[in-house]
Design a protein around this ligand. Structure first.
Ligand code: NAD
Length: 490
């Protein structure tokens, strides 16, 4: 067992005041592998107090000095990235080859945010000869960052990067299932020389615990949340009273559209890759694969053939493509949806069952699953399963593809494959999604804004736009004459 007995608050490692220790389960074995400090509301209160205390001098620090600290942190992150990736895989079961690529890429993410720390500014607004008007942009204050279990380090980066670059201070609350790597970040922030209280890390429960207190806390100016829509609504209810700001990165049910003129081999690489990436636990999952009828059966056959090639197994092995579901509830949820799909009349053509042979016996493994002849009205096409389940939906023409794609309350990501440039432009301009890929998929960079429309979220992470959510604009108007007419003179 690995032990993490303390929370990271005010630059120190402290025991929880009203929390305790909780075991983190290795989803590959179903057994505890780490014992982790869990904070409660009183711990959040002192973390927020530490963040508030640090805010004054941190927010006034010149941008290039914040940038230098972020760069030092990024360099330390780079050195420890393989270890972080291994820990993340232990905690959430994502295949190590995926974790390593993901975590390794975060280094450039932190450097990119560092490069923005002295690049944001206000503007001068021409009005008339009487006044000089200008705006300044100031950090919003203390940020409560609440993250999910599927990508703990990535979700932390997407919040810490813009928050620290703009001069905000942060209380980070990772998901209860995967707290370990977020605590590891505390070590790196301390080593990099960040002032105490600029970043505080408090694992804990969501509802009724640390998460709820962070959302409700009157001295938190903004909550940056990634997770489920239902949780976002709960956060709005508890935090709404304080009129703090919110950004929400929520779920998706992405349409991944393959037209008959597509480069089919490439489209299949992307469609199968994105259906089963992260053991199917990605918000960007291309979970609804829309296929034009002339090539529909070929795509179904290829999905089945390729599903048999996916090596499901111990996630730390180099050879493993897909690890287990991250926790027991997610495994149960995915299996429930397999039953729902069958009951609703979808045709199960691959997978659909828990894998328990040999060393997989106690873990939360499930085979890559494919449903064919799915209609968009079925629950497996409408609800976010968050497991490795692809729903293959046939369509006839462009209009029908668009109608199906947009008939969803989600609108996070979408993909389309065609060699017709006109069609690529027509369809991509009408898809209701925050991120649209053409002839590629899950291509995500720090410089490109990411986020949802409709029920998939509020605001954007990544891109220079991400800074907006951490800054307030202040307008100053100065008279050039100093004259102010007496309104009651006559
Ligand atoms: P979740 O909503 O269950 O939990 C997310 C976080 O919220 C956890 O830290 C949890 O402890 C906390 N929480 C739970 N209840 C709370 C409450 N009442 N008040 C405050 N905090 C609370 O989500 P999850 O199951 O961890 O993650 C999966 C979801 O995240 C999926 O819907 C997925 O699509 C989404 N997601 C979205 C993105 C994106 O960028 N759009 C990225 C990753 C994951």
């Amino acid at each position: 067992m690995v032990e993490y007995p303390n929370l990271f608050i005010g630059g120190e490692w402290v025991a929880p005041r009203d929390g305790g220790l909780l075991e983190s389960i290795d989803p590959a074995t179903g057994k505890p592998w780490a014992s982790v400090a869990f904070g409660g509301p009183a711990d959040i209160d002192r973390a927020v107090e530490a963040a508030r205390k640090a805010f004054g001098s941190w927010s006034r620090k010149p941008g290039h000095e914040r940038a230098a600290l972020l760069r030092r942190f990024a360099d330390l992150y780079e050195k420890t990235a393989p270890d972080l990736a291994r820990l993340e895989t232990r905690d959430n079961g994502r295949a190590f080859r995926e974790s390593r690529a993901d975590v390794g890429s975060h280094v450039t993410g932190y450097h990119w945010y560092a490069s923005l720390a002295d690049k944001f500014s206000g503007r001068t607004i021409p009005i008339d000869d009487q006044v000089h008007a200008f705006t300044t942009r100031r950090p919003i204050g203390v940020v409560g960052a609440i993250t999910p279990w599927n990508v703990p380090l990535m979700a932390a980066l997407w919040k810490l990067g813009p928050a620290l670059a703009t001069g905000c201070t942060v209380v980070l609350k990772p998901a209860e299932q995967t707290p370990v790597t977020s605590l590891e970040l505390g070590k790196l922030f301390a080593q990099a020389g960040f002032p105490p209280g600029v970043v505080n890390i408090v694992p804990g429960w969501g509802k009724g615990g640390a998460g709820e207190r962070l959302a409700a806390h009157p001295d938190v100016n903004k909550v940056a949340f990634t997770g489920e829509g239902a949780t976002a609504k709960a956060i709005l209810r508890t935090g709404g009273d304080t009129l703090k700001r919110f950004t929400f990165e929520l779920g998706g049910k992405a349409p991944h559209i393959i037209f008959a003129d597509a480069n089919l081999d490439q489209a299949l690489n992307a469609a199968t890759g994105s259906a089963w990436a992260l053991c199917g636990q990605s918000c960007a999952l291309g979970s609804r694969v829309l296929v034009q009828r002339p090539i529909y059966q070929r795509v179904v056959d290829e999905f089945v053939r390729r599903s048999a090639r996916v090596r499901v197994g111990a996630p730390l092995l180099e050879t493993t493509h897909m690890g287990p579901q991250a926790h027991a509830e997610q495994l149960a949820k995915t299996l429930d949806y397999v039953a729902i799909g069958k009951r609703d009349g979808a045709e199960l053509v691959a997978g659909g069952k828990r894998l328990t042979e040999g060393e997989l016996a106690c873990g939360y493994f499930i085979a890559p699953t494919v449903f064919a002849n799915v209609s968009n009205q079925m629950r497996v096409a409408r609800e976010e399963i968050f497991g490795p389940v692809a729903a293959l939906i046939p369509f006839d023409d462009e209009d029908e593809a668009l109608a199906i794609a947009n008939d969803s309350h989600y609108g996070l990501t979408a993909g389309l494959w065609t060699q017709d440039v006109g069609r690529a432009l027509r369809v991509s301009s009408r898809i209701e999604a925050g991120m649209i890929w053409v002839n590629t998929y899950r291509y995500i960079r720090w410089s490109t804004p990411y986020g949802g429309v409709k029920a998939s979220g509020w605001g954007r992470e990544n891109g220079v736009e991400s800074l907006d959510a951490y800054l307030d604009t202040h307008t100053t108007i100065i008279s050039k004459t100093g004259q102010f007419a007496d309104p009651f003179a006559n």
